[in-house]
Design a protein around this ligand. Structure first.
Ligand SMILES: [Zn+2]
Length: 297
């Protein structure tokens, strides 16, 4: 199959609408290797990872985009992250096995947060909306409507084999001089959304991107750009975990050492384990240690 673990951008030549298609296969398998989820949560997580790549592809930044769902339902937390270099990681936490994929039940009375932050933390943008809708794509549509961004729609699908998504975004029209041209663009925007609604989940998952575009928009002039690879890579490191220990505080960390020979910290995203013995802890809490490091893990 073509176009696996990749992101493709495309552009309608006749009107200001662009799109992106992403497929995660080996990346999705690598992500699931560390954790087993009930199917309902797994598929929601897959959709969220695909969405995080699509959202990251619409913003110009050097850093990290985080899509977060938080609520009171069986799945109380979901995090999906994508860097500007298209490295993804994700996790979900749940209290009980869910009986449904309906997000309003799965996540409960929750909220959806999208955070974009630059690597040096100099810039940060955050948008929060209540979780409304049964599926993540519906909630994200609400997010775009409420955060006064460019009109955007997403189509997402994930199962045990992979996760895929497509995004369409209406761009600013630029110098449109006639109202008839503007209504032409309005009509085109409505029409491409209706066409995209006809795409079946199986088609989104298995067709190549060229086939998807032909299947949906064969009457339009669509330019497909080169694809970019997407991969699973965790951002965790010894340094980052040290800063987490520093934020926990010396007393807390030392109290762990009274019960066991070292402090063990496991990354929730990739299961990598980090160990710190008494010598490490001494070094971490030495006056002046850790200055200038961030607190992100
Ligand atoms: Zn990790």
């Amino acid at each position: 199959m073509q176009d696996r673990d990749s992101l493709h951008q495309f552009l309608f030549e006749q009107f200001p609408v662009r799109g992106h298609i992403v497929h995660l296969d080996a990346t999705w398998a690598a992500l699931l290797e560390h954790r087993t989820y009930p199917a309902e949560i797994r598929d929601t997580l897959g959709e969220a990872v695909a969405a995080s790549v699509l959202l990251a592809s619409t913003v110009k930044f050097d850093g990290l985009l985080t899509l977060q769902l938080q609520g009171q339902g069986p799945m109380h937390l979901l995090l999906a992250q994508c860097t500007n270099t298209l490295n993804v990681r994700a996790l979900a936490r749940y209290r009980e096995d869910p009986k449904t994929r309906d997000l309003s039940v799965l996540s409960g009375e929750g909220r959806l947060t999208v955070t974009v932050e630059t690597d040096n933390l100099s810039q940060r943008y955050q948008g929060i909306v209540p979780l409304t809708g049964e599926r993540l794509a519906d909630c994200l549509q609400g997010y775009f409507e409420h955060s006064e961004q460019l009109p955007t729609r997403l189509w997402l699908y994930a199962d045990e084999h992979g996760a895929s998504g497509m995004l369409l975004q209406r761009l600013p029209a630029g110098n449109v001089d006639t109202s008839s041209r503007l209504s032409e663009i309005d009509d085109a925007w409505k029409r491409v959304q209706l066409l995209a609604d006809t795409l079946k989940p199986a088609e989104l998952r298995t067709l190549s991107d060229r086939e998807i575009l032909h299947r949906l928009f064969n009457e339009d002039d669509v330019r497909l750009f080169d694809s970019a690879p997407v991969s699973f890579r965790c951002k965790c490191s010894h340094e980052r975990v040290e800063s987490v220990l520093q934020s926990l505080g010396e007393a807390e960390v030392r109290s762990i050492l009274t019960e066991r020979p070292d402090v063990e910290v496991q990354c929730d995203f990739c299961n990598r384990t980090f160990n710190f013995d008494a010598v490490d802890v001494e070094r971490i809490f030495k006056p002046g240690a850790g200055e200038g490091t961030g607190t992100r893990h």
